[in-house]
Ligand binder design. Structure first.
Ligand code: DGJ
Length: 739
């Protein structure tokens, strides 16, 4: 329900829009007398105003205020000294670098005539449905910036982006362009949580104090990267934990080089600026041209980092994913990579498929090695034709077999890359990122195709379109296994070459969008040698992600926990593989491996043809149990009960179904703690008055635990699971009894 309205509150004319989606109501209003914009959504109010200088300044971001609460008119900080003149550190919504400003600008540019001064002032605005557009302009320089605000009524998450337009008669070059800056209430006791990692060791959660100076989270790699993820959460002081504390959080929807910079100035103003990474960036705009930034999403909660994560999860399911607001559940899949690596053959894949089907697998995925001369990672990338030695009659017999067994069929591709030893590279050596006459650094023996080129974009689209048109395929695992190097684009003018950072990703999104439109039945996984391309941008065009190549179930507990701070279990794939694990040689029971993988979208990547009848029975038990709980695990509300970060011995999570009827508890013990008992687990998010019956998927609980008890009992008395030895695990399901 959407309506535009004008209403009188305390004698002021408020013009705006209120709308309801999902459960909550939201409104966007402009108070013309105070010159204040106000967004109310979920449990959040966000407000900014036009100050006396005409600059657009943040006023408030926090818990939802009463509708009649007036927000003070915007007044810029006063001059403190000759070093801080008026306007130098105004917390602007989107600041151009110009005039006296000393805060990190959102936009920095230079004109052909040498001018580098841009002062953005309010020009006009438009409120339409669930969005707000505010135009800023430097009338003399003739540059405008259209700020767009979108609002999610349920979670209160605000999306912000900017479109920069050159309205002058000369060429200008953008040196840096943010999507948005978020200004926090001044304070000296903020701390920052962020995610860091590397291949096979992604998603480590780190905390650091926000102090005067800057912290920069970034990727200079051409893609999202795993060294940092474009997500942040900031909290006041030591108050915060899973369920308490004010948390401001956000994530950038961009899969190219990015930066999120957290500045604290001498006035204790904290500003979070996110967008294209300014490193090696330049984007030339001729008269009349514009640049659209990605969206930087931001949210707030006063209920701790746990609630911040749940808001992000709900937002991704309801707003971001291609199948939003009702993404399909992830099917149980089998992937042949760890079993066969490049040695794929039709008979063995068929045997694997037969075995997988008997276990209850629903999707069979053939990984790398099915195409071109791809017998190792040295050759074949780029040649997307079936290898006839491995599949003499093409893919059809295997696909028919898989379908006949009642499973959907998926296949691996890495379409943005090329091995120098490939027909594609021999034909088009100029198609890769490179600087003329300079060395082309290889990673995993491959080079990056320059997707910014239109011919390359069309080639990649055509190849995938043909693959999907000629074969009955339901799923693509889309891999991307290296960073950029030598990011030159010799075919365009030198002053336009750095546009590659923007155009490459736009073309990637374009290919994904067109493929999805033409093949609506095909789901896609974003994989980048593990979790190096997970962000809200790629997530808008893919159905699931691969968080890490590290499939050791103990390491995976930390990886999955870190992932869950920013991203939803609904997209987090996890495989049961062999023991000892190839990453670290660690031996674990099949029970432990299954329970660890059941925290996300369950997959199997083990050598299942070698499993014993006992192992088959174990696998069947867990796969059947998973199908009963997967809606809760994937799409329910996640509570992190015991953190496995910093290699803690314990890890426990609870997922509660959206409508509250089921809760699933996972508990893991990495290392026995002498003769000590496992910590009592206090459930969360249940209806205190309702009654819940528990059953075990695996493990035991303390003697005397009632089979049925109230939500209040499980949340306050808690439950004791009996875990004592190394690599032990338990899983319990709580079902509401009656209504
Ligand atoms: C890296 C992926 O993360 C693996 O799962 C596998 O698909 C290999 N690439 C194949 O080359």
């Amino acid at each position: 329900m959407k309506r535009i309205r004008a209403l009188m509150v305390a004698g002021l004319l408020l013009v705006g829009s209120s709308f309801t989606e999902g459960h909550a109501a939201a409104s966007i209003r402009y108070d013309a007398a105070q010159r204040v914009f106000r967004i109310d959504a979920g449990q959040v109010t966000y407000a900014f105003g036009i100050n006396g200088d005409g600059a657009v300044q943040t006023l408030y971001w926090g818990s939802r205020l009463a509708a009649e609460d007036a927000l003070a008119v915007a007044v810029p900080p006063k001059s403190r000294s000759s070093f801080d003149p008026p306007g130098a550190n105004t917390p602007q919504e989107y600041a151009g670098w110009g005039g006296p400003i000393t805060v990190t600008p959102d936009l920095k540019l230079h004109f052909a005539d040498g001018n580098r001064d841009v002062i953005l002032r309010y020009d006009s605005h438009r409120i339409a449905g669930d969005g707000l557009d505010v135009r800023l302009r430097d009338a003399a320089a003739k540059v405008s910036v259209d700020l767009h605000y979108s609002v999610d009524p349920d979670t209160g998450i605000v999306g912000r982006s900017a479109r920069i337009e050159n309205q002058s008669t000369q060429v200008l070059t953008i040196d840096s362009a943010a999507a948005a800056s978020w200004n926090l209430p001044p304070a000296a006791d903020y701390s920052l949580r962020y995610l860091t990692g590397t291949w096979a060791s992604e998603w480590h959660l780190r905390t650091r104090a926000v102090t005067p100076g800057a912290t920069v989270l970034e990727s200079r790699r051409g893609s999202t990267g795993d060294e940092n993820n474009p997500w942040f959460a900031i909290e006041r002081g030591g108050e915060w934990n899973e369920s308490h504390g004010r948390v401001w959080f956000g994530a950038l929807a961009w899969s190219g080089s990015w930066s999120i910079r957290i500045d604290q100035d001498i006035l204790n103003q904290v500003r979070i600026t996110g967008g294209y990474n300014p490193f090696d960036f330049a984007y030339r705009l001729k008269p009349g041209e514009s640049l659209q930034t990605p969206v930087f999403y931001g949210g707030y909660t006063s209920n701790g980092i746990g609630e911040a994560s749940r808001l992000m999860h709900a937002f991704q399911r309801q707003r971001i994913l291609p199948q939003a607001p009702k993404p399909k559940l992830r099917p149980v899949l089998y992937n042949s990579w760890e079993a066969t690596e490049f040695k794929v053959t039709e008979p063995e894949q068929e045997r694997l498929a037969e075995k997988a089907a008997t276990l209850g697998v629903e999707r069979f995925v053939i990984d790398d090695g099915w195409f071109g001369a791809r017998n190792s990672d040295h050759a074949g990338l780029g040649d997307w034709t079936v290898n006839r030695e491995k599949f003499p009659n093409g893919l059809k017999p295997l696909i028919d077999k898989v379908h006949g067994l009642g499973m959907s069929f998926g296949i691996w591709v890495e379409p943005e890359m090329v091995n120098p030893d490939s027909d594609l590279y021999r034909k088009h050596p100029d198609w890769v990122l490179n600087f003329d006459g300079r060395q082309r650094s290889e990673g995993r023996n491959q080079l990056v195709l320059n997707l910014a080129r239109e011919d390359v974009r069309e080639y990649v689209f055509d190849v995938l379109d043909r693959l999907l048109s000629q074969n009955d395929i339901q799923f693509l695992k889309w891999d991307y296994n290296r960073n950029w190097s030598e990011p030159g684009w010799p075919q365009v003018a030198p002053e336009d070459q750095q546009k590659v950072y923007v155009v490459y990703v736009q073309h990637l999104y374009d290919i994904l969008r067109r493929l999805r439109a033409k093949h609506p039945g095909v789901e896609i996984e974003s994989c980048s040698g593990g979790g190096a391309r997970v962000d809200l941008g790629i997530m808008g065009l893919t159905d699931e992600v691969w968080p890490s190549d590290n499939t050791d179930p103990s390491d995976r507990l930390s990886i999955q926990d870190g992932f869950s701070y920013a991203y939803a279990p609904a997209v987090m794939m996890s495989w049961v593989t062999g023991s000892p694990n190839w990453v670290n040689g660690r031996q674990t029971s099949l029970d432990f491996r299954f329970l660890s993988s059941m925290q996300g979208g369950l997959g199997i990547g083990a050598k299942i043809l070698e499993w014993t009848p006992e192992e088959d029975a174990t696998a069947k038990h867990y796969i059947a149990a998973y199908k009963d709980i997967r809606a809760t695990v994937q799409q329910g509300r996640l509570y992190r009960l015991l953190s496995p970060q910093e290699r803690a011995p314990y890890s426990a999570t609870e997922s509660v179904a959206t409508e509250g009827g089921q809760a699933v508890l996972f508990a893991f013990l990495r290392q026995g703690q002498e003769a000590q008992a496992y910590p009592t687990l206090f459930l969360q998010g249940l209806d205190a008055k309702a009654r819940y019956r528990y059953r075990t998927i695996h493990g035991q609980v303390a003697a005397g635990t009632p089979e049925v008890a109230s939500g209040a009992y499980w949340m306050n008395h808690g439950i004791d699971v009996l875990l004592r030895t190394d690599m032990d695990a338990a899983a319990l399901v709580f079902e509401r009894v009656g209504n």
